[in-house]
Design a protein around this ligand. Structure first.
Ligand code: HEM
Length: 406
């Protein structure tokens, strides 16, 4: 029997633009009760945990990152179309080779050396607001947190933190709606970052240290090494993939915990719960709510044909609430040991390369914040970013707490 094309199926239609997160999840749940596949303005959507894992692990489904310039209507010869390809847009042997070479630099053991520095950074951010008794948590704590850590990881000095922060902001405009208008700023930032990293590479080749760039420079496997071009691309990928994600996840996790003061208090009392608290907050309120794939060839999955070029989105936030995999998924509990891994870091070959680093950043930040701001509570409504498929979290999170000695 030949498979039916996804385009010929009668499927629930999902339009989630402008809906609140809870409404999005409810709409997806409703669609899923009718069919495991839904039609959306951005291709077809999968929302079950098992489907999400299966598609992300299926190498015939490629990352759709490389389609962004095309979707934005840019000319094929524009800078964006010809620029160095990110690891997230690579597939097959080329991708596998890079991941293999880079893996030793991103193990939990290699990111653990940064934990004392992470505590120092988060402590400094709390010190800056401690006596005020209130702050805007996103701009005061979440936003400044990851850049110093990425710089420390790479080996860039403190005086350059601001530069990195500006480059990250500008290059991130790739995900704004108006790519054509943003292109000059993106190109400028990308060019400056490249020049900076090339100079750093030269310096590290002369005088290696224990930072990430030095590690990546000396990594060698069967005579294979990373080229300067690849080192620049990886640095950009780390800066881009490692800043806004962590910021937003910290905002999501803290916003969620302010709704559960008993669990915040428990975390202050039992910091050893930090790893579980991180997994549970990422499951319940993840900063990356979905990702997109494109069929590289005709693919039959669950008796449905996805013709080459079909776009498939994977709803990670819904997979994280799948009751077939997570018992009582709507219950938020940082003491609970879940049977399955939360999906906010993705799955398959593009599984987050910085997961160990991000986990360490959050595991250090949350218990320290809970201890230093034990009665942290909302000081006004949370303003959420629009719940699109990109990186999501609070835009504003006003909080209050008792200052030390108060
Ligand atoms: C809580 C914070 C983070 C979250 C939620 C997150 C989430 C993700 C997700 C979902 C993917 C896969 C995307 C896809 O399959 O389409 C990914 C890939 C990636 N992440 Fe993260 N990430 C985080 C932090 C970081 C950090 C700190 C780094 C820095 C080292 C990083 C570096 C990367 C890279 C380089 C990739 C691409 C991997 C590849 O294509 O092989 N991420 N991340």
């Amino acid at each position: 029997m030949s498979a039916t094309s996804a385009y010929d199926l009668e499927l629930p239609e999902l339009e989630t633009m402008g809906l609140e997160r809870s409404e999005v999840l409810a709409a997806i749940r409703d669609a899923r009760s009718r069919h495991w596949l839904a039609r959306t303005p951005l291709g077809f959507m999968l929302s079950d945990y098992r489907d999400a894992v299966a598609v992300l692990r299926d190498r015939r489904f490629h990352s759709a990152l490389s389609l962004i310039p095309q979707m934005a209507g840019l000319e094929p010869d524009s800078y964006m179309q010809t620029r160095r390809r990110s690891i997230l847009a690579m597939e097959g042997d080329e991708h596998a080779r890079l991941r293999r070479l880079v893996a030793p630099a991103f193990t939990p053991a290699s990111t653990d050396r940064l934990r004392p520095f992470m505590r120092e950074v988060i402590s400094g951010l709390v010190d800056a607001v401690a006596t005020q008794g209130s702050c805007e948590f996103v701009s005061d704590v979440c936003e400044p947190y990851p850049i110093p850590i990425i710089c420390e990881l790479l080996g860039a000095p403190k005086e350059d933190w601001k530069l990195f922060s500006q480059w990250a902001t500008d290059i991130f405009r790739i995900f704004n709606q108006d790519l054509a208008a943003d292109l000059p700023a993106i190109e400028r930032a990308s060019g400056q970052l490249e020049a900076y990293v090339l100079a750093m590479i030269e310096e590290r080749r002369r005088r290696p240290t224990d930072d990430l760039l030095s590690t990546l420079i000396v990594i060698e496997e069967s005579g294979d090494r990373l080229s300067s071009d690849e080192l620049v691309m990886l640095t950009e990928a780390v800066l881009m993939a490692g800043t806004d994600t962590t910021r937003n996840q910290l905002g999501c996790s803290v916003a969620l915990l302010t709704e559960h003061p008993d669990q915040w208090a428990l975390l202050a009392e039992r910091p050893e719960l930090a790893p579980r608290a991180v997994e549970e907050t990422m499951r319940y309120l993840g900063a990356v709510r979905g990702t997109v794939r494109v069929a590289s060839e005709d693919i039959v999955y669950r008796d449905v044909l996805f013709p080459a070029g079909t776009i498939v989105s994977v709803a990670l936030a819904s997979a994280n609430m799948d009751s077939d995999v997570f018992a009582s998924p709507d219950t938020f509990d940082i003491t609970c040991e879940r049977d399955a891994l939360q999906m906010t870091f993705g799955s398959g070959i593009h599984f987050c390369m910085g997961a160990a680093l991000a986990r360490a950043e959050l595991q250090e930040a949350l218990p320290l914040l809970a201890r230093r701001m034990p009665d942290l509570g909302r000081d006004g409504p949370v303003e959420w970013k629009p719940p699109t498929f990109g990186i999501w979290g609070p835009a504003r999170l006003p909080v209050r707490f008792t200052p030390p000695g108060g």
